[in-house]
Design a binder for this molecule. Sequence first.
Ligand SMILES: NC(=O)c1ccc[n+]([C@@H]2O[C@H](COP(=O)([O-])OP(=O)(O)OC[C@H]3O[C@@H](n4cnc5c(N)ncnc54)[C@H](O)[C@@H]3O)[C@@H](O)[C@H]2O)c1
Length: 480
Amino acid sequence: MPGKKVCIVGSGNWGSSIAKIIGHNVKASNRFDPIVSMWVYEEMIDGRKLTEVINTEHENVKYLPGHKLPKNVIAVPDITEAAKGAKILVFVVPHQFIGKLCDQMKPHIPEGAIGISLIKGVDEGPDGLKLISDIIREKLEIDVSVLMGANIANEVADEKFCETTIGAKNDANGHIFKELLQTPNFRITVVRESDTVELCGALKNIVAVGAGFCDGLNCGDNTKAAVIRLGLMEMIAFAKLFCKGPVSSPTFLESCGVADLITTCYGGRNRKVAEAFVTTSKSIAELEAEMLNGQKLQGPQTSAEVYKILQKRNMVNKFPLFAAVYQICFEGKAHADFTCKANRPPCPRLPRSQDIKGYPGKRRQGEGGGTGFTSFRGHKELPRVPMGELGLAAFTSARLSSSSPRPILGAFIGTRPSQPSFVFAGALVRGKEKQEGTGGEGVAVKAAVVVAVAPVLQSGGEEEENLAGSLAVALHINMG
Ligand SMILES: NC(=O)c1ccc[n+]([C@@H]2O[C@H](COP(=O)([O-])OP(=O)(O)OC[C@H]3O[C@@H](n4cnc5c(N)ncnc54)[C@H](O)[C@@H]3O)[C@@H](O)[C@H]2O)c1
């Protein structure tokens, strides 16, 4: 049986580095056709077409100078010609170009084709988050895996050792891509949580912009480490809120998670341009044009997409670092404020018992007895408690179960003093069912309905009252 044709869609810095690997690997396996087509966005370089330069000198002199590409990688300027008959598609273009390219490719994709996206970015769809792999999957109707990791393109092209992660919903396809892409110096782990892997790749670029601000402001390594840590917390929280599939902590320990975050915050182009943004006061667009020689930035644009998604969900204040990066890049907020803006705890910290026990508020008979959050009218004294994992889970489940567009107001978590091991959590949705004034000063909640309680509140007559107290606390915590 003839080997399957491979088409690389893209030929920038990363696209050309990966073409170098693929060109060598296809020759060593009879699973693949030994001729690889690489779609190149045509441009003129010193009076010659870039495709012509690549096909004669076997070097992408603009995006990966100094590295020879294997001769079996053929540059093709027409996307339909490049993709025709290809059963293995490798997508590696800046994310803003992917939709149009897929539309052009669609009539030429054979039955049974599969794809992998190396693209770092997200889009905003009518339901909130839209992953780039979702766009490809929907437009081409093929299975799509992703590859993300601590992979600065020039270092991969130099064959310096690194690791990377393939996220594959279809395990067999993940392993086909592993065979296509792995080398002794480019080590691949295949995991199932494809959406988490992809989100890590997109979101870390926002954090890298923050790290670049720190460098420009001369904050020092400790502050930068704090920004990276807070950024990781927001990445996890965002993934838990917005991924449709499961999101588990071990995925963040793969190359796509913490390793990519570190390398990008020290070595990548987003960090570099953000540093210059602070030291020169030029706009992001000007710096991208001046400093990157045609390469594209992803961090600022991803921060804009993420900000829109958060705004829609009323959650901007839960992601202070992501929000600050966007506001500084695009809304003229002072970058000098960056560290104090980022210096607020993001939402995903697990609540600790000292957060919720021993609250000094005055206990009032019948006003929420269960949690220690008893005197909601004295809510000014309440401690600020992060939402916590359970609250977050309840929030997510409320979001899924409530019929949109009912706004979600917040989530809560509490314990009973008499039974400290009994933890409950819920989420609040504004609805018509009840008219119940539960708010403290300045917080008018006309109706709050508990839509998700985990674990479900157990028997007992006090619970209604407990909930009233908890609702007020939740509002204080999440809206205050
Ligand atoms: N460079 C890296 O170190 C690296 C590493 C991992 C992932 N990535 C990701 O890979 C993706 C591609 O990045 P890259 O580094 O290969 O590209 P790049 O930023 O180096 O180059 C930009 C590419 O866009 C093309 N282009 C310009 N205008 C276009 C248009 N109108 N339509 C279509 N294409 C156009 C250019 O020809 C060029 O190939 C990005 O999502 C990036 O985040 C990059």
